[in-house]
Design a protein around this ligand. Structure first.
Ligand code: PLP
Ligand code: CA
Length: 304
């Protein structure tokens, strides 16, 4: 006792919070859906928030889909009113970073999925074309002369050659080193996990002796993207809802937002309490202000 945060809220407290806030940021996997299955009640919650005139955006570290793909997925899963402008993925934000912040001149070497390259190309950023030569090795391949950034993301077609080429480009201190996100792993069904972008970033950090700049959560940049596209966003009016303490809650803390942990995903109440009770004050940035079992707990707040 005596510690702030991890407040489990229900009924009237949730209603009060939803009335007090006007801008809701939702993480996707673990909050809105598990893979291809919507979390029960999530669609009704999101539809109701939008219908009540609240601003709703989605902040996902998943860089493997173009934004249009999310629009279709939301619609398929019963989220009726979600538009492209509400979707902030780490791939889209990486493209904005390269285009608007560093204004990259030259090509970008992408170690990631096709969708990540697609987001960059759509933003007008040239990417190194990967030749499909089965005989190419790091000894005989050619390296592009004008690579000004290496961008790492989730890559389900990772090869040793890609890792080796990325390491070579990073020898040039003028070549930027970016990562879509630093997520270590993601839960799959049946007790399996998917190694995340962070595991590939770590490999490249070791090979290059450099540290990547992370674009996705918990970096503030995603919130800057949101602020620049929704005028007058006031952090005090925002609620960040997520399932992972080390990305979502830290992101909220970094941006000055109130945070809510849902227990339908990666992190559990005990981990949140451990961070809260820690003597290390930096650990307190991982502590959610509020905790709910699921965002379906919002539903009674919309009943008359
Ligand atoms: N990256 C990949 C490749 C994923 O598969 C997932 C979740 O499934 C994520 C990131 C995390 O997404 P989110 O930030 O929406 O939880
Ligand atoms: Ca998540």
């Amino acid at each position: 006792f005596g510690f702030k945060g991890c407040q489990k809220i229900r009924g009237p407290q949730i209603r009060g919070l939803l009335e007090a806030k006007d801008f809701f940021l939702f993480d996707c996997d673990g909050v809105i859906w598990h893979g291809e299955n919507a979390i029960s009640g999530a669609a009704t919650v999101v539809n109701s928030l939008i219908r009540h005139g609240k601003n709703v955006v989605f902040v996902t570290n998943n860089c493997t889909r173009p934004r249009e793909n999310y629009v279709h997925k939301f619609s398929r899963l019963g989220f009726t009113d979600v538009m492209l402008e509400q979707i902030f993925s780490s791939s889209y934000c990486s493209a904005l970073y390269l285009r608007d912040v560093v204004k990259v001149r030259g090509q970008v070497f992408v170690m990631g999925c096709e969708a990540l390259r697609g987001e960059l190309l759509e933003a007008g950023i040239p990417c190194v074309e990967e030749a499909d030569d089965p005989d190419a090795t790091i000894y005989n391949c050619s390296l592009a002369p004008d690579v000004k950034a290496v961008l790492v993301g989730h890559d389900d077609k990772l090869t040793f050659l890609k890792l080796a080429k990325a390491s070579c480009y990073l020898r040039d201190p003028e070549c930027l080193f970016l990562a879509t996100d630093n997520d270590p792993w993601h839960p799959l069904s049946g007790g399996r996990i998917l190694p995340g972008s962070g595991s590939l970033t770590a490999a490249l950090e070791v090979a290059s002796g450099r540290k990547a700049t992370v674009i996705g959560k918990p970096s503030r940049f995603m919130f800057e993207c949101i602020s620049s596209q929704f005028r007058g966003v006031d952090p005090a009016q925002c609620l960040m809802v997520g399932d992972r303490l080390e990305t979502d809650m830290l992101f909220g803390s970094n941006c000055g937002l109130d945070t809510m942990l849902t227990l339908t995903g990666v992190s559990q109440m005990e981990e949140a309490q451990e961070y809260r009770n820690s003597d290390l004050t930096t650990n307190h940035s991982f502590v959610p202000d509020y905790v709910v079992d699921t965002i379906a707990d919002f539903l009674p707040a919309f009943e008359e």
